[in-house]
Design a protein around this ligand. Sequence first.
Ligand code: PEP
Ligand code: MG
Length: 325
Amino acid sequence: RRNEAEAARLLTAETRDGHRVQVAANMTSADELPMIAHSGAEEIGLLRTEFLYMGRDTAPDEEEQYEIYRRIVRGLEGRPLTIRTADIGGDKPVPYMKRPKEMNPNLGWRGLRYSLDEPALFETQLAAILRASADGPVRIMFPMVSTLSETRAARERVNKVMERLRRAGKPFDEQLQIGIMIEVPAAVELAPRLASEVDFFSIGTNDLTQYVMAADRANPKLQKLSDPFHPAVLRMIARTIEAAHEANIRVGMCGAMAGNPQAIPILVGLGLDEFSMPARDIAEFKLVTRRLSHSTCRLLATAVIRLDSSKAVHERVMSFLAQLE
Ligand code: PEP
Ligand code: MG
């Protein structure tokens, strides 16, 4: 089994009937680079940049961030890197940023909301990301988007920083892609409109599940409710994928669900283009995908989103996977 997984790293994630999906890694700290580089990941679908701001007394400046991003870009040797701007607040506090205490941090001043209100912090990070894009394929992704105006404001901020870099003669990729996380129910509802404003979507099932089910992702008492396999969440995922494809943009997933073997046939069936997961899950992901057929996954996906409970979905998927044997 271990040898099989070892060999699987080098394979593509393709179903028996020839439907291929992209396999990407999530990265949460720069130390993970060597492991990711050898994991069989075709790209990094999510670089969580909060690590840059944590465990210190001040925010990193542009040069420091630029050096780190550039090192990762170079280490990937041409494979794309999706850098998510800081998702500070909520479950990711940064003590030295003097932020007001919030009654509901997960419903609070976090992610893109915070970045848009802190222009110096945001533009410093955007400048560092843009400059790193001169060394290899880089994409920018914004977390916690709820509205069109936030999306447009974020893009304007990118344009502003681009103009500043041009004037300073600092190179960057003029074609750099900009995407958003879909992890708030409002963004799912608005997905058809949002899709015409960005180059890609990435579904964040950790937060999306939390907000759809109104169940704190860190509360152990709510674990049963915090299940992305609940049809309420699956339907949201299905509609997001549909909206993206309607607008001809790519849609991935970087929440924990993407690396769950039980989720693979459902998400392949729903047409998800990219799966981004912890590097250690990639080999298994490829092995499972290569045993599937896209046409039966589509039937499964259509069936499970109509079921009544997450329990019923889990049971259906488990029997589906058992029949592959
Ligand atoms: C998510 O919410 O699913 C996600 C990928 O982002 P994070 O876990 O960093 O909030
Ligand atoms: Mg999230």
